[in-house]
Design a protein around this ligand. Sequence first.
Ligand code: XUL
Length: 545
Amino acid sequence: MYMQNIYEGYEQMAKLFLGLDSSTQSLSALIIDADTHAVVCEQQVHFSSELAHYHTVDGVLPHEDVTLAHAPPLMWVEALDCILKKICNSGINCADIIAIAGCGQQHGSVYLNESFIPTLDALDAHKSLYQQLQNIFSRETAPIWMDASTGLQCQALAEAVGGNDRLCELTGSPAIERFTAAQIKKFADQEPLAYAASAHICLVSSFMASLLAGKHIAIDYTDATGMNLLDIRTRKWHQDLLACCGENLAQKLLPAINPCMQQGNIADYFVRRYGFAIDCRIIPWSGDNPSSLLGLGLIEEGMTAISLGTSDTCFGYMQQLPPRMSPDAHTFIAPLSTDPTESAHLTQSAYMSLLCFRNGSLAREAIRQQWGLSWAQWSAAIESTPPANNGGIMLPWVGNETVPRVSQAGVHIFDCADDVGVQCRALLEGQMMAIAIHAEQAGLHPTSIRVSGGASVNPTIVQVMADVFQCPVDLCAQSNSAALGAALRALQAHSGETWQAVLSPYTQVNLESRIHPRKQYATVYAALKCAYAAAEERVLSEMVK
Ligand code: XUL
């Protein structure tokens, strides 16, 4: 793979920008051409099939304790080797890549010993990265966002700042098991020697950026807000939270950085091995959800995305922090600064809110099966009943729910006949009501929605969404929005243009397939929303008793 003709005085033939997305199941790459606005290359390395020797199931190490979810960080290193090889083999000339940015699955943490930097300094371009980076880890596995084993640590973090409400107000989220502070604390408490030997602690995002830059790149503001550690207003690590997690944590983390602050040139290793230009710029990596915000073009108040998957996720852009941080949502700093200086970012702030509803497709699937329907019959049953279901309500907690937090699963039904159409509609409308109510409490007021995920192909679901939210819904063509967002961040950091100018050629929606809200249902749905919120409150307060 070693490149003989190293870049020197090479005239770039095309202006390319590379975005990488290190997600749970795969590493993806997407390259855009800034002259033609085309996506010129898309590559993927799927962890469990292509890197099967790490023995993961969809990127996660199986464990008998189902609350534990870890992944081998060396697998992500080898994935970087593989994807760069695939990019070269696809015919892309790496010397044409002007800048690289990326994003990673949020919250996951990587623990590195003091050999990390000397090893990066001494990389041999004749050998792959993973061969040379075997011994840099002070912890062989990295806890990832699916881990839920840190309940005790969450309590301690909340107590350290005077309670969960205060923690939420300070950091943008209440104490969450998968967030990095609780994960670091658990490691420091249970394996103090290995923690002490961790000279550097990275997130997935900052670890991958560090490999490309050949030095320790700090965590960017967007991903730092997924840790329960950063004061979201001052953008500094919170001292009491640092102290609660473990000794000398600030030194291990470095101060968080502005996501648009360029981090210098790509490491010499990649120039020699793959033929990158010596001045190819490295941009900090961000969290995958903040990156998707850009990849979907959500840069104005009211622009919202809903992904209908196993879980349903809703996120959107916010110009300002909400008056009160919602405990059901995660408020992250958005990667929307255009000025790399620290102080400018404080004034140019923008945020995003993310809500994750556990009862997504699994709940829709459960009711469909309960009535023994095909998807077409399920849709027809719903279409046979009137919007807002004559006031019938279903709280759709087929399994435990995260928004609102419900640990006793159960479907609660009010004023619904025992009729297939009424019940199926009640579940679907219940899900949309819950998203609308809790998104609003988190500070999101959707004026347009981009919908993605498996269930978005169902027109009945999307029409109910448009009617409940009373705003247009567009189907998302871009399945790789996180990697696209990263490529666009690389382009913006290089061009210095406004986000509007950078994003618009790449994130247009097809207006012909837009689903419009039916205005005649605005009033019934507004009334149903109030009734749903009251029912939810009533049932939750009953559970507390
Ligand atoms: C967000 C979260 C997930 C991961 C997946 O809080 O945990 O969306 O970022 O990659």
